[in-house]
Design a binder for this molecule. Sequence first.
Ligand SMILES: Cc1cc2nc3c(=O)[nH]c(=O)nc-3n(C[C@H](O)[C@H](O)[C@H](O)COP(=O)(O)OP(=O)(O)OC[C@H]3O[C@@H](n4cnc5c(N)ncnc54)[C@H](O)[C@@H]3O)c2cc1C
Length: 460
Amino acid sequence: MQKNITSDVTVIGAGLTGLTAAFYLKKAGKSVTVVERSHRVGGVIRTFSHDGFTYEAGPNTGVLSSPELVQLFDDLGNSCALETANPNAKRRLIWKNGTWNALPSGLGSAIGTPLFSFGDKLRILGEPFRKPGNNPYETLDQLVLRRMGRSFLEYAIDPFISGIYAGDPSLLVPKFALPKLYNLEQNYGSFIRGAMKKGKEPKSALEKRATKDVFSVSGGLQSLVDALAAAIGSENIILNAENTQITPHEDRYQISATATNGDAICIESSKVVSTAGAYELPSLFPFLGADELAPITNLRYAKVAQVVAGFREWNGIPLNGFGGLIPSKERRKVLGILFPSSIFPNRAPEGGALLSIFAGGIKNEAVYNLSDEELKQVAMREISETLSTNSKPNMLEVFRYPHAIAQYERSSEERFAAIEKIETACPGLILAGSIRDGIGMADRVKQGVNIAKEIETSRL
Ligand SMILES: Cc1cc2nc3c(=O)[nH]c(=O)nc-3n(C[C@H](O)[C@H](O)[C@H](O)COP(=O)(O)OP(=O)(O)OC[C@H]3O[C@@H](n4cnc5c(N)ncnc54)[C@H](O)[C@@H]3O)c2cc1C
């Protein structure tokens, strides 16, 4: 049997990017079909709830950093309740010499912290007066060494980059990986001066509501993607789609896939939005040459394993903070430990605790490659040694992501150029997802919104 569908836009992937784009396209009156290989929506976003624990298999928290994200929650209305982090959970901890230290949140605390050397504290005070760099391809470690000093790199930037990119500061290029930071130096001459000046710039009402608070959703992040999917309508989302392929056909595209029962699915659309990872593109677009795609498929991803541990009773140190990050210099096995039960309500039974331990990343892939049993042992050893508990967890699970986080390295410029070249040569085709425009959930929503706007204003 063959199922034929015609829709204005086909979106490949029902993760946060694809669902956001489809949600706004539908709102704008376009017919849209979302094609998803998995049996569920959400992509890497996935929440589980049982035995009093509500935990995330993928991302745990986002940052309310863009007006698009604020608007999305407004547009979803009552179908999804935004939760911002407990204000007491703002404290981020950094491991140094066998103990946790609070990451400085301002200039005053940076001067008092034991994390940075005396010389670097003086350097930080001098940062506003240091001249800006002029190498757009400078790596993050070079930029930080030039402006702030080695201890700042090792005990602030390295763990921060582990927390966001699971990456290596000597490979990431700020122009692509942290464009806001890069632009502070380029536009204002200094991070500190730039941050102060930017803070004083006038903001729209919506921008003011992009408070940079840490967020989740009541019931976990799955509720966000479920709310998007419900608004799009299950009749417009094809799950379990195997062997999806896109081929140009006259001035449109034909999207073919196979349903679980073997039936052929054939969709015709004038616009196709791919949100799949770089490694998926050769099979999705057989008409694109390997040479054309190479600058995109070369994209490196960090492999990340997340071990989730739930305790009905917690007898370790008080978990009053967001979580702790572990600098590579400390040579421990994991990247960091998040305290979700301190950040959001109802994540663990009263008196208990929920912890998420992240391991692997670009610098420590060997730990990612351990077996589940070994990873659980590593996680429990780290919990017991750094959080002083002898409790046995009541729940312990491992989740793995072989393509967790795209690394925006020097090659990003060629990747962005290759995407642009393909999109120009193939009108109506949009290559999106975390291959461009950033890796966080706020970036994904912003991209989805912008794609919908772009399609809305273009001719179908
Ligand atoms: C472990 C982990 C922790 C993270 N932590 C954070 C965090 O703390 N804060 C934050 O802001 N961000 C975090 N992120 C990043 C954030 O989760 C992602 O940026 C975002 O969820 C990605 O959404 P997406 O839709 O672009 O991609 P995905 O979620 O990967 O969705 C892509 C979808 O496309 C589908 N697909 C792929 N290929 C095909 C194909 N050939 N045919 C059909 N369907 C296909 C996939 O099945 C998937 O459902 C984390 C990510 C991971 C993995």
